[in-house]
Design a protein around this ligand. Structure first.
Ligand code: ZN
Length: 252
């Protein structure tokens, strides 16, 4: 197993903001990503990845009236290992509720959104990647446009979900786009491990970013660590700020 690259504070927002490389990424629109008549399928390893990775895109899809299917792969209950305050039992209930609240805050019509919970174990997805690929395949149609975490994102579940989604999309003939989430932490703007040639930038308006910020603040469990056991929050303020740039990146 390779070392966890998600340590320390990672690459600063300032480094991303001042990169000419980032400024030059080619733009892409919601209409180009999900043309009329196609459905968007968002495959999130944990309840929050759909907002962290593509909370802006989701607002654009809703505005265009596109059909959206969300697949939550795990319940995210392994986010606070060893915590009594945030026990596995509590997280398994609270985290999906936080996602529902966040999607509501994004303005998504929840009665029209299809939401599937795949029921895989948080932090253990890699061990059942083939089963996950088969599960996703059963729920995909050839005209679907799939968005999921990049298969090299640096978190074991994000990578397994990226791989499983890619193989399911290939089998069905659906389009696949990958989203960086933890990449913003460990990578740098000039990092050659990142497929920048595949990167497209979806510009977000101030209003869309503000709504995304409001939605991210629904993830209370992730904004809090557990001081009793010295556990820092998953979504520390510098992590949140880094995910609120005026664009989202999609690997095409
Ligand atoms: Zn995640």
């Amino acid at each position: 197993m390779k070392a966890n690259p998600i340590v320390g504070q990672g690459t600063s927002l300032h480094q991303w903001q001042t990169s000419s490389h980032m400024a030059e990424l080619a733009p892409i629109s919601v209409e180009q990503l999900v043309p009329e008549g196609h459905r968007a399928v968002i495959i999130a390893p944990h309840p929050d990845d759909e907002v962290l990775g593509c909370g802006g895109l989701l607002q654009g899809l809703a505005a265009l009236g596109r059909a959206i299917q969300l697949i939550s792969v795990t319940d995210g209950s392994a986010s606070h290992p060893g915590s009594r305050r945030w026990s596995v039992e509590r997280l398994s209930v609270v985290r999906p509720q936080e996602s529902a609240q966040a999607l509501h805050r994004l303005g998504l019509p929840l009665h029209r959104l299809k939401w599937l919970r795949a029921g895989f174990t948080d932090s253990q997805v890699a061990a059942r990647e083939a089963q996950l690929a088969a599960f996703i395949e059963r729920h995909l149609k050839p005209r679907d446009v799939v968005f999921t975490t990049w298969r090299e994102d640096g978190h074991c579940d994000h990578e397994a979900v990226g791989h499983a989604s890619a193989s399911a999309a290939l089998a069905v003939g659906a389009t696949l786009y990958e989203l960086p989430v933890w990449t913003w932490h460990w990578a740098t703007p000039e990092d050659s491990q990142v497929p920048w040639h595949r990167a497209r930038k979806l510009p977000l308006s101030c209003q869309v970013v503000a709504r995304k910020r409001h939605a991210i603040h629904a993830f209370a469990s992730q904004l809090e660590g557990d001081p009793q056991i010295g556990l820092p929050p998953v979504l520390a303020p510098y992590v949140v700020e880094r995910l609120l740039q005026p664009f989202e990146v999609v690997f095409v």
